[in-house]
Design a protein around this ligand. Structure first.
Ligand code: PLP
Length: 463
């Protein structure tokens, strides 16, 4: 029934029960904007009800992204609803706060001191990766042109990268040379590079927090391997660190791991403010070591908004609230607060790793020590366990837990892993409850007659 047919019944709805309203007795329109308006509290309540069908974010152990924010963040986000990141002339203070965040991150990652940080906010690490990749491609091309050499076959060398780097390759015409995982490796191993890097390599992406295993790649050793390649062949290949998760973990939990601008070969770093940066969804960051590493050619000066502002971004209009929330969190938590939050997550991850090891059928792939606050594991005997990790994911989902199972990338595709991420807001008690459910699920599945193999349903794995 079309909404306009019930127009008269809507009169006075605001005074009546939402769920006795006319609209709540209808199937909501799905293909066409209704002719008439409806009371906001009714529409709000009906949509809220529909959204309950989404997974419960607090039990989503698949995502790295922020699912809990304090009251200050909620209030600022609400009050900043109208701030447009691109209108730097209308919202100069929002632009100023973005610049402060860039400076803070440049300092956190040990960029050369004494100059303003070069970088910007983005919608997330994916956009940041596009910008970092573009700068690598532009600089490589300038170098090649200056040498009178062809510029038509750029490649980017990396290990098991997140999908955004494959997108970068496809969108911007760069061959992605993804190095296969070695047996038992949780990421790229430096000695593998020599067989993949050549004169057309625009850069190497090192990952601080591999999506599939949660481990850090050894960025310093990767840089050292590239030093040897340069000494042998003369190719000066820069490193971009994809620190989507690790960029806000390593500085607080692993200050001795040298992965950032302390390594001269690291040209740029991206991170997701909305992951362990603890900001609400919609903010990422890219920072270059020095201003000369960002080709001027890629920077547009936007002047028709009334000012003359340099911008480097794929989007134009974009909300400013997340950037302000990021700055709020820097001030609110301080270094000590970030350390405490990440430490609490890491301790809970190690607690979980211990319990999973005790359960019996699992082998830990990453035990929560030394890298991200997370745990990844496999079935020790996939053929003899009597169930698959996909079965286990499905079983946990019955209790609301979202724990993804997925195959590792090449050359370890035969290994199926399960991963649990611990982030701000995931408590020790919750994880103890998860462990109890894990134990019950394993007992239940192991007692079942072996199911006939079908085209297995995989649970979602997006991050
Ligand atoms: C999450 C993630 C990305 C993508 O980041 P978004 O902020 O979701 O766009 C890229 N690389 C790695 C290693 C990630 O973990």
């Amino acid at each position: 029934m079309a909404l306009h047919e019930t127009k008269d019944v809507h009169a006075g709805d605001a005074d009546t029960d939402v769920f006795a309203s006319a609209l709540s007795g209808e199937i909501l329109p799905k293909y066409r904007i209704p002719e008439e308006h409806a009371p906001s509290d009714v529409v709000y309540s009906l949509l809220r009800n529909e959204l309950l069908l989404d997974g419960n974010a607090a039990q989503n152990l698949a995502t790295f992204c922020t699912t809990w924010s304090d009251e200050g963040v909620h209030r600022l986000m609400n009050e900043c609803l109208d701030k447009n990141m691109i209108d730097k002339d209308e919202y100069p203070q929002t632009a100023e706060i973005e610049a402060r965040c860039v400076n803070i991150l440049a300092d956190l990652w040990h960029a050369p001191p004494g100059v303003a940080g070069t970088g910007c906010s983005t919608t997330g690490s994916s956009e940041a990766a596009m910008l970092g990749g573009l700068a690598l491609k532009w600089r490589w091309r300038e170098r090649r042109r200056a040498e009178g050499k062809p510029t038509d076959r750029p490649n980017l060398v990396c290990g098991p990268v997140q999908i955004c780097w494959e997108k970068f390759g496809r969108y911007f015409d760069v061959e992605i040379r993804q190095i296969p995982l070695e047996p038992d490796a949780t990421g790229l191993r430096p000695h593998q590079l020599a067989a993949y890097v050549d004169e057309n390599t625009i850069g190497v992406v090192a990952i601080l927090g591999v999506t599939y295993t949660c481990d850090y790649e050894p960025v310093a050793d990767i840089a050292a391997a590239l030093d040897r390649i340069q000494a042998e062949h003369g190719w000066d290949v820069p490193v971009h660190v994809d620190a989507a998760s690790g960029g806000f973990v390593a500085p607080f939990l692993h200050p001795d791991v040298v992965w950032d601008f302390r390594l001269p070969r690291v040209a740029s770093v991206n991170t997701s403010g909305h992951k362990y940066g603890l900001a609400p969804l919609g903010v990422g960051w890219i920072v270059w070591r020095t201003a000369d590493l960002l080709p001027a050619d890629l920077v547009f000066n936007v002047d028709y908004l009334g000012g003359d502002m340099p911008t480097f971004a794929l989007n134009f209009s974009r909300p400013g609230g997340e950037v302000i929330a990021q700055y709020y969190l820097f001030l609110r938590l301080g270094r000590a607060g970030y350390r405490r939050v990440q430490q609490a997550c890491a301790e809970t991850a190690r607690y979980l790793a211990g319990r999973i090891a005790d359960l019996g059928p699992f082998t830990l792939l990453y035990d929560g020590r030394g890298a991200l606050p997370a745990v990844s594991y496999t079935l020790t005997d996939p053929a003899g366990a009597g169930f698959s990790l996909y079965d286990l994911s499905d079983r946990l989902r019955m209790r609301g837990w979202q724990v993804p199972s997925y195959p590792l990338p090449a050359d370890r595709e035969e290994t199926v892993v399960q991963r649990v991420l611990i982030r701000h807001g995931v408590t020790r008690d919750q994880i103890a409850l998860l462990v109890a459910d894990l134990r019950r699920a394993v007992e239940h599945l192991a007692a079942q007659p072996r199911p006939v193999p079908t085209g297995e349903s995989r649970s979602g794995f997006h991050h």
